[in-house]
Design a protein around this ligand. Structure first.
Ligand code: NDP
Length: 272
């Protein structure tokens, strides 16, 4: 019998990663023979860990905090969306021996928004946060014909620089949180990591237009502070990033196995 194809998620910390559970549910559902593990890999060990994993016949790796930029540098070839976002969350060993880098975070977010009947076209979007996640979602959001994207960040020049990189492909601007006074948005996508420490980004009141939607890229067993804030602002919907996590995993699974898993039962199982 040939050896089983192996995959892994690398990151640090990695203990609480749900990726192994998600990929084993996908594999069972689609009848794919594969193994998917998690490995604690700090940034300084990334190069060696990648070399060892693929030298041992590994087929693919997901990269999470703090490794996405290192994975971008390590990939031999990149998809256009990974090239533009300068961050890679999926590495796939190809038959020619080259390591392909992709970024499935943005498509994961957009798919989850669509699954939840959130229309993006013609909407004014605010993204608090200008880190790696923000970088990964900009191009797929622009491709959905949003009217404009405003990136607000604590470190203002990071938001301005990020917006500059993406403004050629759609109306995109960067600012600080204080500059948001008197503005309104249809959709607010929290791409700060504030929720991870139980905090909220410093958002002024009255930011959300009538029938607006809030979405926190972070997720937890209970509502995140931003999801709660969304309800307090009378959001039509206030969602967390669990669906995005499953959808970005499904896109990675498709790159590796050529099979599209059904995400709905996996999201339901994780929520329960
Ligand atoms: P980064 O570390 O790259 O960036 C963090 C961002 O959050 C920066 O813009 C930082 O601002 C800002 N920030 C941190 N704390 C605060 C705070 N208290 N108030 C305001 N701003 C704050 O992280 P990522 O971009 O990789 O991840 C961001 C979030 O997205 C995380 O919660 C992560 O879990 C989530 N995520 C979810 C995914 C999913 O599949 N659901 C996929 C990828 C990410 P500054 O620049 O000023 O420091």
């Amino acid at each position: 019998m040939p050896p089983i194809d192996t995959y892994a998620v690398f990151g640090s910390p990695i203990k609480h990663s749900k990726s192994p559970v998600i990929h084993s549910m996908f594999a069972e559902q689609t009848g794919q023979q594969m193994q998917y593990d998690k490995q604690d890999v700090p940034a300084e060990q990334f190069k060696a860990a990648i070399s060892q994993f693929f030298a041992q016949g590994g087929r693919g790796v997901n990269c999470t905090v703090p490794l996405k930029e290192l994975a971008f540098q390590r990939a031999d070839t990149l998809t256009p969306r990974a090239q533009k976002s300068k961050a890679v969350n999926t590495l796939a060993m190809q038959s020619d021996g080259l390591l392909l880098g992709d970024n499935t975070d943005g498509v994961g977010l957009v798919t989850d928004l669509k699954n939840n009947n959130v229309t993006l076209s013609g909407k004014k979007v605010l993204i608090p946060g200008a880190g790696g996640a923000s970088r990964g979602i900009l191009l797929p959001l622009q491709a959905e014909n949003v009217t404009s994207i405003t990136i607000a960040n604590r470190t203002v020049n990071k938001a301005e620089r990020l917006a500059d990189e993406f403004k050629a492909s759609g109306s995109t601007s960067g600012c600080g949180f204080n500059d948001l006074n008197d503005q309104q948005f249809n959709i607010i996508l929290n791409a700060t990591s504030a929720s991870l420490s139980g905090d909220l980004p410093p958002l002024p009141p009255h930011l959300l237009a009538n029938d607006g939607v809030c979405y926190d890229l972070a997720y937890g067993n209970e509502d995140t502070p931003f999801v709660t804030w969304g309800y307090q602002q009378n959001a039509q919907k206030s969602l967390d990033g669990l669906g995005m996590l499953v959808e970005q995993a499904a896109a990675a699974f498709f790159i590796w196995r050529g099979v599209q898993p059904d995400t709905a039962p996996v999201i339901t199982a994780l929520k329960s």
